[in-house]
Design a protein around this ligand. Structure first.
Ligand code: C2E
Ligand code: CA
Ligand code: CA
Length: 579
């Protein structure tokens, strides 16, 4: 564009005015010193606050900026365009190129964003003599962009921090751990789990549980430093990373800080709670070279701490994994055993020695392992208990034993009564009663031909629940017997309320007869207790004649033990019944 400045000032035709003043965009022309030569209505109204399109002529932006400043003295936070934007006119003049800018400032207090295009113009000789400009209000667009940015920030916060406690979450923890491992410096993972947190949730409700977690997080967060990070992995599991370790002592110090931090009682919703944590520690690179191994090992160590009585910490060692592997292997194989019908039931006779006749038999499970042979329950019942597989195991035994029992009856043999062992977990199952009812309708037997044995310790775990559930079982006509009696500290009041018919004196007391005075006293006491409560009493593990005579003399008629018979396979029991 080549112009003479004077010519331009004159050449401000009516038609051009009409056009520019009706456009919503701001349009202007300035000379080389930034003095307005032309300003349309939109810039006068929207930016300069000029009374008409004549007012800006001969003035520059500084003039209008100062005037705005003066008008809004009381609001020092408001800044005009002139104050906030660098002089873009000069940039265009210096570079001699048309350019786009985004400028912003307060106009009547509102923050306004403009998209501005500026271009230089020259005289006939090619000298720059001024600039032309066009500006468009992009405030709405800018606001949307800002909102989007904020949302993005929030999302990134949520992706890295835990909603409940505001601690770094699992994802943040993984990232930090990954970086630290890549740095190859020694680090330790402290895997923390609140002891008995489930009870708090169950007894006091989830809202109180949440508050406990928040308070725990607040305390543990204090241990976050430049070289350590506290995060919440899930539920009541927290993890601390200690980085750049040069002395073992650092780990021990943090462990003790964690334990100490929990000592102060928690006051939550008017409850005073005493909480402890169990902690497992794995160390990089000694205990693993990647995140998942380190975490798994810290977790394994944590479980050892729980198993050893909670409120403890354990450093990981390889034997721990071996133990877990064994447990896992047994669990998996046991599942296979169910599917491949490897469980067998053995039967051990119970005798009424006074009447000199069979009183019944106890069903005892055996596992016919494809390579290891016959395995006794002592080797697998505890794994079945901890994994929950015991529920299915017991049901398999119930079905097999009842089926076999009915077959003997059908053949005209007299097996008298079948006693079946039940885990406490079984009677806690919601559908146990339905299962029993259905099973009983499938076979031709009277319900009082069936007896369930439940150990005293299991019953006393939750006596109220046991009473309730056993009452329903009893209503079906099934007999209930307390197994291993004497080992479980029953309270007499509960014993009276339980719908039981029989006590089985634990084998350990029979073992001591006749040499051990304490065992003799205990056995006599149990026999008397049973008589007073109108219960039958059985002695198990009877191996010698002395034991048998002692029991008979003291009024215990029913006995079970190797002196009479070992547990027998179904075939052997069949022969036994025929004799
Ligand atoms: P328990 O219910 O106390 O069963 C008695 C155990 O003592 C049986 O061991 C039996 O073989 C053994 N025994 C019997 N008389 C004598 C004796 O004179 N001397 C000696 N030394 N032992 C004797 P087993 O069969 O190894 O069962 C061990 C435990 O496994 C049982 O103890 C019971 O608690 C559990 N169990 C067995 N079968 C089942 C089942 O089907 N379900 C559940 N939940 N537990 C079962
Ligand atoms: Ca038993
Ligand atoms: Ca027993």
């Amino acid at each position: 564009m080549h112009f003479q400045l004077e010519h331009l000032k004159e050449h401000n035709s009516e038609l051009l005015k009409l056009l520019t003043n009706h456009l919503p965009d701001m349009l202007w022309v300035k000379d080389i010193n930034g003095i307005y030569i032309y300003a349309n209505k939109a810039i006068c109204d929207g930016l300069l606050m000029a009374k008409d399109t004549q007012e800006p002529l001969g003035k520059d932006d500084v003039y209008f900026a100062l005037r705005e400043r003066e008008a809004h003295k009381e609001n020092p936070d408001w800044h005009t365009f002139g104050e906030l934007c660098f002089n873009s006119d000069q940039v265009v003049i210096d570079t001699k190129k048309p350019m786009r800018f985004e400028e912003y400032g307060n106009v009547k207090g509102e923050l306004l964003y403009l998209e501005v295009f500026k271009a230089p113009f020259c005289d006939i000789d090619g000298n720059i003599i001024g600039t032309v400009g066009a500006g468009r209000d992009i405030t709405e667009l800018k606001r949307t962009q800002i909102k989007l940015e904020e949302q993005k920030e929030k999302l990134s916060y949520q992706a890295n921090y835990d909603d409940l406690t505001s601690l770094p979450n699992r994802s943040f923890f993984y990232k930090t751990l990954k970086e630290s491992i890549e740095n190859h410096s020694k680090l330790a993972l402290l895997f923390l789990d609140l002891d008995n947190f489930k009870e708090i949730n169950d007894l006091l409700g989830h809202s109180t549980g949440d508050k406990v977690l928040i308070e725990t997080a607040r305390r543990l967060e204090k241990l976050t430093t430049d070289t350590s990070l506290t995060s919440r992995l899930s539920g009541d599991e927290f993890c601390l990373i200690i980085k750049n370790i040069d002395q073992e002592e650092q780990i021990h110090q943090t462990i003790h800080e964690c334990m100490d931090i929990m000592k102060k009682s928690f006051i939550v919703d008017n409850n005073v709670l005493h909480l402890t944590i169990s902690m497992g520690i794995s160390v990089f690179p000694k205990d693993g070279h990647d995140i998942s191994t380190l975490l798994k090992h810290a977790d394994t160590a944590m479980y050892e701490a729980k198993k050893d009585g909670k409120n403890k910490y354990r450093f990981y060692n390889t034997q721990m994994t071996q133990k877990t592997l064994e447990k896992r292997k047994i669990e998996n194989e046991l599942r296979q055993a169910f599917m491949n019908d490897q469980l067998e039931v053995y039967y051990q006779p119970l005798f009424n020695c006074a009447a000199k006749k069979l009183s019944g038999m106890e069903a005892l499970v055996r596992w016919r392992h494809p390579t290891l042979g016959l395995i006794y329950p002592d080797h697998f019942i505890k794994y079945a208990e901890t994994s929950g597989l015991i529920i299915e195991l017991d049901r398999i035994v119930i079905q097999k034993a009842i089926k076999q029992f009915c077959e003997w009856k059908e053949k005209g043999l007299n097996p008298e009564r079948i006693s079946i062992n039940l885990s406490a977990k079984q009677i806690e199952e919601e559908d146990f009663l339905d299962f029993i009812k259905t099973t009983l309708t499938q076979y031709p037997l009277k319900t009082d031909e069936v007896e369930f044995e439940i150990t005293e310790t299991h019953i006393m775990n939750d006596p109220e629940l046991s009473i309730n559930r056993l009452e329903q079982v009893r209503q079906l006509g099934i007999n209930i017997s307390v197994d291993d009696f004497g080992t479980g500290y029953s309270s007499l009041s509960y014993l009276k309320k339980l719908p039981i018919q029989k006590l089985k004196i634990d084998k350990s007391f029979i073992d001591g007869i006749p040499g051990d005075n304490e065992d003799i006293t205990i056995s006599k006491t149990i026999i008397n207790l049973a008589k007073n409560l109108n219960l039958k009493v059985v002695a198990e593990g009877v191996e010698t004649n002395e034991q048998k005579e002692f029991l008979l003399k003291n009024g215990c008629d029913i006995m079970q033990g190797y002196i009479f018979s070992y547990p027998l396979s179904a075939t052997d029991m069949h022969t036994f019944l025929q004799e």
